[in-house]
Write a protein that binds this ligand. Structure first.
Ligand code: SAM
Ligand code: SF4
Ligand code: SF4
Length: 410
């Protein structure tokens, strides 16, 4: 399937992009509006090597974007495939056997990923998260982890190296992941009730196997473990309290995520979102909580600790988190960049286009010019979709689309 958008391969003098369309401007013409049909095709070209070299930014130290937000966190999608079909992410109707997944040659190799990651680390990245699709489906993922685990920040520190998984393959892979150098893991789990879980993953996968995976990860020393639960009103909100009871006091941090309007295929409606404030209220009805301070700048989750009878935080009982991407935007200190499976750099989960680093890489560019290109791209970043969401008309149909979560990772 030909996905490339020929208009983006040339060199227009100016590209103006807004959600779902791109206007190409040349000195003599009026804007040409090009609807984007498959956002994987809408890659922007990073600054040409010569330009980047002339305007080289220092490849050391922390790099702020146009709004002063420092690049700290890189999420790398290693596959666009998955063995689940969670209806909020890869609904079966779209992601069926005819869906045009990326061919193997389009994927970045482990060496290419590591080479790009190295330049990000030189620009201030301290944390790398492997994601997807389902990252444990990528063959020999342990080899990539080994390569990333030896990277060091400019001041000689190891990275915080983590991975988000649906847990289906975790029981058999946890030990090997740890041995390869993975530090910790996040497991997605939307409920404990087997029927609810099977219906949400939509491939009839039993919850017991994911729970066994979580046990294996803990036994392997992949901690602290986090659990992500996407809460969909009327679908699994009755699982909030059972999940909290189950993980309380285990050292595992349960995080409730607001169902987000990512991609264009999940039929998102605000009515299906359960605001974090309501989740907290429901928990408080049985399990008193106290607000905790953020562990570090740019933390996506708001932390709440279980309270003792005197109202103070009980560290033995542990904490939960809420990620309120819909009702309480946290773009102000968003320090995350995302690298897609085929090497496009996305500056926001809701971005319309990525920057094609793979072509740059495969054209034989030097490390210094690659780093400089990354510096220019991040330096121009103004994305803050969640803060602007309410001002943007809802149109997730037709040709105006956002990139899918399974393509750039969560
Ligand atoms: N397959 C892995 C997994 O499920 O953990 C990694 C990729 S998945 C895209 C990463 C995270 O995004 C998961 O925790 C998932 O629950 C979350 N996610 C996917 N679609 C979402 C949506 N529409 N709203 C909120 N979170 C979503
Ligand atoms: Fe797969 Fe993760 Fe998306 Fe579920 S959330 S469909 S497990 S990529
Ligand atoms: Fe970051 Fe974009 Fe999410 Fe805002 S909407 S927090 S900029 S990823």
């Amino acid at each position: 399937m030909e996905l490339r958008n020929p208009f983006l391969r040339g060199a227009p003098s100016r590209i103006i992009h807004s959600r779902g369309t791109i206007a190409l401007m040349s000195e003599s013409s009026t804007p040409r509006i090009v609807p984007l049909v498959d956002l994987r095709a809408g890659a922007l070209q990073p600054p040409a090597a010569a330009f980047a070299a002339k305007n080289r930014v220092t490849a050391q130290g922390v790099l702020p974007d146009a709004l002063g937000r420092k690049l700290r966190d890189l999420r790398i999608s290693v596959t666009d495939r998955c063995n689940f079909r969670c209806n909020y992410c890869m609904p079966k109707e779209t992601f069926d056997k005819d869906y045009p997944y990326l061919p193997h040659a389009s994927l970045l190799s482990f060496e290419e990923i590591t080479r790009i990651a190295k330049q990000f680390v030189a620009h201030g990245v301290q944390k790398i998260r492997l994601t997807g699709g389902e990252p444990l489906l990528r063959k020999n993922i342990e080899r990539l982890i080994e390569q990333l685990a030896v990277l060091r920040t400019p001041d000689g520190q190891p990275l915080d190296l983590t991975l988000t998984t649906n847990g289906a393959l975790l029981a058999r892979k946890a030990k090997a992941l740890k041995a390869a150098g993975l530090h910790r893991i996040t497991v997605s789990l939307d409920g404990l009730d087997d029927a609810v879980f099977r219906s949400m993953n939509d491939v009839d996968f039993p919850v017991a196997e994911v729970l066994a995976g979580i046990d294996a990860a803990r036994d392997a020393g992949l901690g602290p473990i986090k659990i992500n639960m996407v809460v969909k009103r009327g679908t699994n909100d009755h699982e909030i309290l059972p999940m909290a009871r189950h993980f309380k006091g285990t050292g595992i941090v349960l995080r409730f995520i607001e169902y987000m309007d990512v991609g264009a295929t999940n039929g998102w409606r605000m009515n299906d979102v359960m605001p974090s404030a309501e989740v907290i209220q429901r928990l408080q009805s049985e399990l008193p909580l106290v607000a905790l301070v953020a562990a570090f700048p740019g933390e996506t989750a708001q932390r709440w600790g279980y309270a003792k009878a005197d109202g103070s935080f009980d560290p033995e009982a542990g904490e939960i988190g809420v990620i309120s991407s819909v009702t309480q935007a946290f773009c102000g200190d968003c320090n995350r960049a995302r690298l897609s499976t085929e090497g496009q750099l996305y500056l926001c989960l809701f971005a319309g286009q990525g920057y094609d680093l793979r072509t740059t890489l495969r054209s034989g560019t030097s490390d210094a010019d690659l780093a400089s290109a990354i510096g220019h791209i991040w330096g121009g970043r103004t994305d803050r979709y969640s803060e602007q969401r309410s001002a943007i008309p809802a149109d997730t149909s037709g040709s105006a689309r956002r990139v899918e979560m399974s393509y750039i990772g969560g």
